[in-house]
Design a binder for this molecule. Structure first.
Ligand code: BGO
Length: 271
């Protein structure tokens, strides 16, 4: 059976460049079902049985843009065997926001720390090992433009896909938020598999309408979840979605403090 690998990342992180490099001329372009968002798929050069899907560029897995809906529907319903998450190494904070969400899907994720040539040139130092340990997933430095690190990242993605690992997210939010999420997790129906419990708990906490509409919750559970969310919003004096957004950024900020040393002069180191 073919192995399916998805490329996911923010707009302009280098996905198209990596996709073209990996697939060469073995690609077909169409539209995602029912929408005019471009769908690009291709076979890995020299490997008929490895299919690469280039997902639309997105900042988050929220349901607000067509691109986000297409990407998350594909990831949740089609479940590729592995995700290569391209992260722009020159803009870690913004890019890792999506990473925290991809890691909740229970699909093996490998981070391609792309644009590393630019990060190195600017004098920034990223501790890839620490980043990998913090997220609990593999990290490979790449330059899609120069074709560097691509064989390694795809080889590792294939290895993860073959191992059929179920990746469990490592990140934790504050104690209060974890408490509310645990209360929601207790109310999830049996049809939600364990590895997706965190994803569903967070989406229900956020009152994500698409997830609310497709999760078979009893009337009692739905009512209880609304109570939990109201209690959280009152206590944090914020709306549920913003509470989760802030938690993600706080978590990322802690990781970045330990992994990234910016070139303090803010100068570009010349060739
Ligand atoms: C232009 N390193 C460097 N230095 N650049 C990269 C890398 C990398 O690792 N990867 C991609 N780029 P897309 P999305 C451009 O097009 O693949 C560059 O949205 C230009 N174009 O070459 O399109 C890549 O698919 C004129 O740059 O990203 C591209 O994710 C001047 O990043 C850009 C300068 O890559 C976005 C750059 C006419």
């Amino acid at each position: 059976m073919a192995i399916r690998i998805a490329l996911a990342g923010n707009p302009n992180c280098g996905k198209t460049t990596m996709f073209n490099n990996l697939t060469g001329s073995n690609q077909y372009v169409g539209n995602w079902p029912g929408v005019t968002v471009e769908k690009k798929e291709g076979k890995l050069k020299g490997k008929k049985d490895i299919i690469i899907t280039d997902l639309p560029g997105i900042y988050s897995l929220s349901p607000y843009t067509l691109e986000e809906v297409v990407s998350r529907d594909y990831l949740i319903n089609e479940r590729p065997d592995a995700i290569i998450n391209l992260v722009d190494a020159t803009n870690l904070e913004r890019n890792l926001y999506l990473t925290t969400q991809l890691l909740e899907l229970g699909i093996p994720v490998i981070i391609a720390l792309n644009m590393m040539d630019l990060a190195v040139k600017s004098g920034d130092k990223i501790d890839e090992k620490k980043l990998a340990a913090a997220f609990g997933c593999e990290v490979v430095a790449t330059s899609a433009l120069k074709g560097e690190g691509l064989t390694e990242v795809v080889d590792r993605a294939v290895r993860l896909a073959n191992a059929r690992t179920i990746q469990v997210p490592k990140h934790e939010f504050s104690r209060e938020v974890e408490g509310w999420l645990a209360d929601i997790a207790d109310l999830l129906p049996n049809s939600v598999p364990d590895h997706l419990a965190r994803w569903y708990s967070i989406k229900l906490f956020e009152q994500d309408e698409k997830v609310l509409g497709t999760t078979p919750l009893s009337a009692d559970s739905s009512k209880r979840i609304v109570e939990i969310v109201k209690e959280a919003e009152k206590q944090m004096d914020d709306d549920a979605e913003s509470i989760i957004t802030n938690e993600r950024y706080e978590y990322i900020s802690k990781i970045i403090t330990g992994c990234l040393k910016k070139n303090r002069k803010g100068m570009t180191v010349s060739d």
